[in-house]
Design a binder for this molecule. Structure first.
Ligand code: CP
Ligand code: NVA
Length: 309
């Protein structure tokens, strides 16, 4: 399969993909996973520039690139001149002369946009405060594996209106899935992203915001949650707990979902806060498949951006 036009592109937002490109990437990921397709990126080098901690994203990108026959350079921000204030526009142009692609984890989406503006190589969003699109590629792959297709399914997200909520809204809209986001009233998602997701969804699917967790889960096929305090919000974590308690993914709320519903969490999880241990370890949890799928989905993404497929 060839996805025309993905070669050389940036992936800084879920909305960078068309519905067809998203479907194509998921098909390629499935075929790479089962060995029906192989892709090679010999001598290509992926740089990782992470300002925040990471287990899954760092390791899954590294393994994916090695399995494609390429190499990875894990740039320690503290050891680069970025930490001493070298302008992004200079760093971007220099790294562009060495690397074939760069995955960045940072706070400000604007920093990613600046890298993308000044570098010709693909710039990949490995998480910002605004979005986590690579995670959503793996999430949708996991949902597709569980249900066979995506269109018409309902995903309910409970918790904070954060980067995960944003990329899930955009991803579900592109896939023709309904999404319900249930958050405490003062933790709603970014208004611009809500509007963008609704525009992408058109009349194919719904993007619903609510503060009622029970109504939000009714009949849903996918129940999704994430930490209540994201990286960078640690000082706020304690005070958030009572506000978010009604949105905890537990057996009582899961019982309101479709009987075949699956439970997803991007991880790392705080068991006993946003998700109970028994749901996380229960028969409806798909969190380990979801984590594995980071590698397959990102392998498909890299192969397409680097022009190997
Ligand atoms: N889900 C995710 O991005 O995990 P890491 O923070 O470990 O990369
Ligand atoms: N919302 C979380 C996701 C971690 C993968 C964070 O930004 O910390």
């Amino acid at each position: 399969m060839v996805i025309d036009g993905l070669k050389g592109r940036d992936f800084v937002s879920m909305a960078d993909l068309s519905p067809g490109e998203l479907g194509g990437l998921l098909t390629i990921a499935t075929q790479l996973k089962c060995g029906q397709l192989t892709a090679d990126c010999p001598r290509k080098v992926l740089g990782l520039l992470f300002r925040k901690a990471s287990t899954r994203t760092r390791v899954s990108f590294s393994v994916a690139m090695v399995q494609l026959g390429g190499q990875v350079l894990d740039l320690n921000v503290q050891l680069t001149q970025v930490s001493r204030g070298e302008p992004i526009r200079d760093t971007a142009r220099v790294l562009d002369r060495y690397l074939d692609a760069l995955a960045i984890r940072t706070y400000d989406q604007g920093e990613l946009a600046e890298f993308a503006h000044h570098a010709n190589m693909p710039i990949i969003n490995a998480l910002t405060d605004l979005e986590h699109p690579c995670q959503v590629l793996a999430d949708l792959l996991t949902v597709q594996e569980a249900f066979g297709s995506l269109e018409g399914l309902t995903l309910t997200y409970l918790g904070d209106g954060n980067n995960m909520a944003h990329s899930l809204m955009l991803g579900c809209a592109l896939a023709g899935m309904h999404i319900r986001i249930a958050t405490p009233p003062d933790y709603v998602p970014n208004e611009d992203i809500v509007l963008q997701a609704r525009a992408l969804a058109g009349d194919r699917s719904e993007v619903i915001l609510t503060d009622d967790p029970k109504a939000a889960v009714a009949g849903a096929q996918i129940l999704y949650t994430d930490v209540w305090a994201s990286m960078g919000q640690e000082s706020d974590a304690e005070s958030r707990i009572p506000r978010f308690q009604p949105y905890q993914v537990n057996n009582a709320l899961l019982a309101g979902c479709d009987r075949d519903a699956i439970v997803l969490h991007c991880l790392p999880a705080h068991r006993g806060e946003e998700i109970t241990d028994d749901v996380m370890e229960g028969p409806q949890s798909r969190v380990w498949d979801q984590a594995e799928n980071r590698m397959h989905a990102q392998k498909a993404l890299l192969a397409c951006l680097l022009g190997a497929i």
